[in-house]
Design a protein around this ligand. Sequence first.
Ligand code: E4P
Length: 217
Amino acid sequence: MKFFADTAEIDEIAELNALGMVDGVTTNPSLIMKSGRDIIEVTREIAAMIDGPVSAEVVATDADTMLTEGRKLAAIAPNIAIKVPLTWDGLKACKRLTGEGHMVNVTLCFSANQALLAAKAGATFISPFIGRLDDINIDGMELIADIRTIYDNYGLETQILAASIRSANHMKEAALIGADVATAPPSVIRKMADHVLTDKGLEGFLKDWEKTGQTIS
Ligand code: E4P
């Protein structure tokens, strides 16, 4: 499973990237707002740093303006994936933009039917939002599993990009189901390294080591 960093914070992306933990980046208007940066500038910086798709989202709601915005975002760098919302207009924009050779990430997906439509419209990525479904007591992971089954049934090549990931457990579940990509905040990716027995074991080893009076140097 590929890891995308769900953030527009340059320092956090750079830290993960140095460890080889980032296969791409996703941003959205809220994350751009949080970064306090200009969308074009920060997207250009991220795209130059990352060897993989960097999603930048349109904010228009009609297909024609989405096309104009999408082309402007795609001109930033060759590895930009244009993010469009899963609306009828978004699907129209998706079809046109992928037809022009751009990568398109169809976002705000909350149902298997929406994901089926996005694949028919040629989406490069479909972004089902797990956490936001969990928030309203619908099992987000079940949606990832349903989309996996449907895409596999028909050999649809759109990549499933599990989004709105809130925990390290979400990462594991998405990987078990076979999501192609998971996009997560850097804090969640770091959390995947945590285990209480690792901490406990290390504490024990270090205590015993101290008793030996030795040093390694
Ligand atoms: C995906 O591309 C979105 O940027 C993101 O995963 C949304 O997550 P949230 O529900 O935590 O805002």
